[in-house]
Design a protein around this ligand. Sequence first.
Ligand code: 1CP
Length: 320
Amino acid sequence: MRQAGRSLPEYRAARAGVPMLESCLRPELASEITLQPVRRHRVDAGIFFSDIVIPLRLAGVGVDIVAGRGPVLDAPVRSATDVARLRELSLAPDALQPIRDAVAITVAELGSTPLIGFAGAPFTLAAYLVEGGPSKDHIQARTLMHADPDAWHDLLEWAADVSGAFLRAQLLAGASAGQLFDSWAGSLSRTDYVDSVAWASARVFDDVRDLGAPLVHFGVGTGEILPDLLAAGADVVGVDWRIPLDEAARRVGRVPLQGNIDPALLGAPWPVLEAHVLDVVRRGRAAPAHVLNLGHGVPADTDPEVLTRLVELVHSLPRP
Ligand code: 1CP
């Protein structure tokens, strides 16, 4: 999950003086940061250190990650003319070389521990492109969807293609699974998701399906659209902390689930967190398989010892 490493002192030391997106494009550094939480917490998989806006940057979009804020665009994409200008940019295969190199170095170091690759889903990328930065309700993006459906279609198609290329490069370089993050899809009505967005996420999955890696689809606040996340072409549905996993299983049918420890509870006293984790594991048994993780990102002030203890607890439980 995003920012898994941000609570680690070794992450802050490795990143010192290096801007966020630059650190993603230095293969040795990106690999080292990917490995840090695996070494420390002994989790069962690593998640590649990168960001969903990296393919935008590599395609030539003016985007940066501002500390304490998130991705910020030089010029938001608000009109059909802006979309047409964006579509003149493309992601050249050579531009992805730092990503391929970072994945290859990481996979070699990880040995038998799998690496999860990822990309941003077209809607979440479009939300940043249209809003120009983080937003609570993504109102300008949702307005464009209805005000100019053709421009919206062209925007999502472009975003799907750069995201698909980014994910494909990671899987070809050795990542064992792929996760599509539609973090902000929860701000859409189900109708808007199904009619105006799902096809573009399906396009990303279609770009990588021939590679045979398991594919996870996750969004925040997406309880109402869990079956649609599955239908877009995922093998595993990621669930945030709002919906218990047994309820999620009822909604999606017999499909592996990923989730959903509430990040807020990482700061609660250990017995409270422990009881919550055991409850998540118990409810996860309603699915045919369960990948245990958080329902969203690790808060930056999380005590790393708590994460290590949580992994030890889960490893001590009997396998189903
Ligand atoms: O945990 C990890 O380090 C894994 C690597 C990773 C991943 C999977 C990062 C590094 N970013 C992401 C994906 C990502 N980036 C998502 C999808 C998953 C999610 O919802 O968390 C999103 C929405 C982003 C966009 C983004 N990048 C934000 C969110 C801003 C907002 O709109 O609320 C932020 C804060 C970033 C910066 C970022 N990306 C990654 C890290 C470690 C950081 C923090 C940089 C720092 O301050 O050190």
